[in-house]
Design a protein around this ligand. Structure first.
Ligand code: PMT
Length: 398
C-alpha cells in the first residue's frame, strides 16, 4: 500500500518514448494514493501521448513550454519547481538523461530539474542497446553522483522486438518505489503525541468560543512524523481535516478534554508536539438552556484552562517537548519566554494574523531552542512539517 503519498506534490515529466502511454496510468495510481500530480511534457512526448489526455488524468493543464506567457502567469516555471516535492521523469529517454547529465536547460523539463530543490527521480525507457551504450552508462553514473535517483530500467521484451534492460518500470512498481522515497525513518521506533486544532469552549448548548486554527499544521506534522517511522497519536480539537492514515486519533472538544487526553497518555510517548491553539479561558458556567438576549450589555465570566504544555513540562520524567507560539507582535521574544516558562525543549514561533499562519495553507516559522535559532521560510504546511520533523528528530536524538 502506498501510504506516504498523501498530499505529496509530484511533478511528472514525460519525454519522447513509446512508454509514455503508461504515464497516464501512473498519474491515476499516484492520485489514488493521495498525491497531487502536475505534468510537464517535452515536444517529443506529445508524439506518443496527448497533453489533453494528461490534463484529463491529472486534473491540471499540462506544462509544455518555457516561453508560454499564459502558463507563466498561471504558475511560472520557478514556482512549479518550488511546488514539487518530487520531480519524477517517467519515461526518461537516453537523450533526456544526456541533457540532464550535462546540466543543460534548453527546454522546460531540464530547466525545472535545474531549478528545483526537490529530489529528482528518473525511470529510464529506451532500447537495450541504447541503455547499454557506454555514453548512456556514463550519463547514468554522473546523474547518480549528483543525487538523481534512478528507478529501473526493467528488463524484458521491448517495443522494438529486442529483449534486455531498458523497459520503463511498470506503473504499479514505480508507485511503490516513489512511495518509499517519502519514508524517511528518522523517527523509527519513536512514539509521538501531537495536539492540533482549536478547542471549543461552551457557553450554552448552542454556542461556544474558539479561534481560527484549522488543524492543518498539526495534521501535517502527524503525517510527517508517521512518514519518519514514528507511531503517532493525534489529540485533535474540532476541525475539518481528514485524519491522516496510520495515525491514532483522539478527538476532543474542549481544553479540559484535551488536557485529560494528553495527561492520561503522555507517559507512553517519547515526543510531545503541542501544536493546538488551546483556549486559555473557558466560561465559568455553561448555561443548561440557550441564553436569550436582553437589552444592554452581556458579560460572561471566564476562568483559566489548564496549560497542557506546561503541565507536561512539569512532569519529572517528561518527554521531549516542542511547543508552538502564535504571535502577532514581538514574535521571537514572546516565544523564547514561553519556551522557558513552560519548560519546552523547542518552540516554533509563527507570526499570525492577516491570513498568515493560522487557518492558511502556508506558514513561516522560527525554531528556537538552547543555542538554536533557525528561520524556515514561507512554504506549505506539509513541506514545513517535514523540515520540522527532521530538525526535531535530530535534536531529540542529541
Ligand atoms: O491549525 P492551523 O490553522 O494550521 O494553525 C497552526 C497554529 C498557528 C495554530 C500553530 O502553528 C500554532 O502556533 N499553535 C500554537 C497556538 C498558540 O497560540 O499557542 P500559545 O501561544 O497560546 O501557547 C504556547 C504553547 O502552549 C502552544 O504549544 C500551545 O499548544 C500550548 N498551550 C497553550 C495553552 C494551553 N492552555 N495549553 C497548551 O498546551
Amino acid at each position: 500500500m502506498a501510504r506516504f503519498l498523501t498530499n505529496k506534490h509530484i511533478l511528472l515529466g514525460i519525454t519522447g518514448s513509446i512508454a509514455a502511454y503508461k504515464s497516464a496510468d501512473l498519474v491515476r495510481r499516484l492520485r489514488e494514493a493521495g498525491a497531487i500530480v502536475r505534468v510537464a511534457m517535452t515536444e517529443n512526448a506529445k508524439q506518443f501521448i496527448t497533453p489533453l489526455t494528461m490534463q484529463a488524468v491529472s486534473g491540471f493543464p499540462v506544462h509544455d513550454h518555457l516561453f508560454d506567457s499564459a502558463a507563466e502567469a498561471a504558475m511560472g516555471h520557478i514556482e512549479l519547481a518550488r511546488w514539487a516535492d518530487l520531480i519524477l521523469i517517467a519515461p526518461a529517454t537516453a537523450d533526456f538523461m544526456a541533457r540532464l547529465a550535462t546540466g543543460m536547460a534548453d527546454d522546460l523539463l531540464t530547466t525545472l530539474c535545474l531549478a528545483t530543490k526537490a529530489p529528482i527521480a528518473l525511470a529510464p525507457a529506451m532500447n537495450q542497446g541504447m541503455w547499454r551504450a557506454t555514453l548512456t552508462q556514463e550519463n547514468e553514473a554522473r546523474l547518480k553522483k549528483s543525487g538523481v535517483i534512478l528507478l529501473g530500467p526493467a528488463e524484458g521484451d521491448q517495443a522494438c522486438g529486442d529483449v534486455g534492460p531498458g523497459r520503463m518500470m511498470e506503473p504499479a512498481d514505480l508507485l511503490q518505489k516513489v512511495n518509499e522515497l517519502f519514508r524517511t525513518g528518522t523517527l523509527a521506533g519513536c512514539r509521538v503525541l501531537i495536539t492540533a486544532g482549536p478547542t471549543h469552549e461552551a457557553i450554552d448548548p448552542v454556542r461556544y468560543f474558539s479561534n481560527n486554527s484549522s488543524g492543518k499544521m498539526g495534521y501535517a506534522l502527524a503525517e510527517a512524523a508517521r512518514e519518519a517511522g514514528a507511531a503517532v497519536t493525534l489529540v485533535s480539537g474540532p476541525v475539518q481535516q481528514k485524519p491522516p492514515a496510520g495515525v491514532t486519533m483522539l478527538p476532543v472538544v474542549s481544553a479540559q478534554e484535551m488536557y485529560a487526553a494528553v495527561m492520561r497518555n503522555i507517559g507512553e510517548y517519547d515526543i510531545f508536539l503541542a501544536v493546538a491553539a488551546v483556549s486559555d479561558y473557558r466560561s465559568q458556567t455553561i448555561a443548561t438552556q440557550k441564553i436569550h438576549k436582553t437589552d444592554g450589555l452581556m458579560s460572561i465570566s471566564l476562568e483559566r484552562n489548564p496549560d497542557i504544555a506546561a503541565s507536561v513540562g512539569a512532569l519529572p520524567d517528561h518527554p521531549f517537548i516542542v511547543g508552538f507560539a502564535a504571535e502577532t507582535e514581538n514574535v521571537i521574544e514572546s516565544a523564547m519566554q514561553k519556551r522557558q516558562r513552560k519548560n519546552l525543549d523547542l518552540i516554533v514561533a509563527n507570526r499570525v494574523g492577516d491570513g498568515v499562519g493560522m487557518g492558511s495553507d502556508d506558514n513561516e516559522v522560527t525554531v528556537l531552542g538552547e543555542e538554536l535559532t533557525l528561520h524556515l521560510p514561507k512554504t506549505t504546511k506539509q513541506k514545513l512539517a517535514r523540515e520540522l520533523i527532521a530538525i526535531i528528530a535530530e535534536r531529540f536524538k542529541k
